[in-house]
Ligand binder design. Sequence first.
Ligand SMILES: C[S@@+](CC[C@H](N)C(=O)[O-])C[C@H]1O[C@@H](n2cnc3c(N)ncnc32)[C@H](O)[C@@H]1O
Length: 159
Amino acid sequence: MFIQIVGVGKLKEKYLVQGIAEYSKRLAPYVKFQVIEVPDEKAPENMSDAELLQVQEREGERILSHIKPDAHVVALAIGGKLWSSEELAEHLDKLGTYGTSHVVFVIGGSVGLSPAVMSRAQSKLSFGRMTLPHQLMRLVLVEQIYRAVKINRGEPYHK
Ligand SMILES: C[S@@+](CC[C@H](N)C(=O)[O-])C[C@H]1O[C@@H](n2cnc3c(N)ncnc32)[C@H](O)[C@@H]1O
């Protein structure tokens, strides 16, 4: 399976870069894995709703330009569905079984994902009602993808 994460903005914190590199290395024997970063837009505090939408749309166009037509897209959204790690594993397993070998997880920037990205997504996944910084979200997600892969292989890790 080919798994990609498309995220907005360049990772700045060293501990996040290192954490993602570690899980990417652990994933390498099992799946083809790639993280794509798209440039973020300036998003001042006091934007109007129209300006906010414009930022989402510009970032959204960049995200969508990296998504191939055959890819199954999972958008990360606070209001999405809550899955357990086992349910994420099952979701990936079922996709593979029914012939979908390319899955893209999408994480928004500080203003969230555009309506166009949300409509392209076949699934919306929530990690709970709390807002996580998008850069930290990337690390948490890659760990959960690794956990899901290990669950599907029946290998020890997922305690
Ligand atoms: C800082 S959050 C954006 C907050 C923005 N107000 C919103 O509601 O989308 C940046 C991105 O991180 C992801 N994210 C943050 N917390 C999340 C959570 N609890 N569950 C799923 N995704 C989350 C989403 O993709 C979101 O677009």
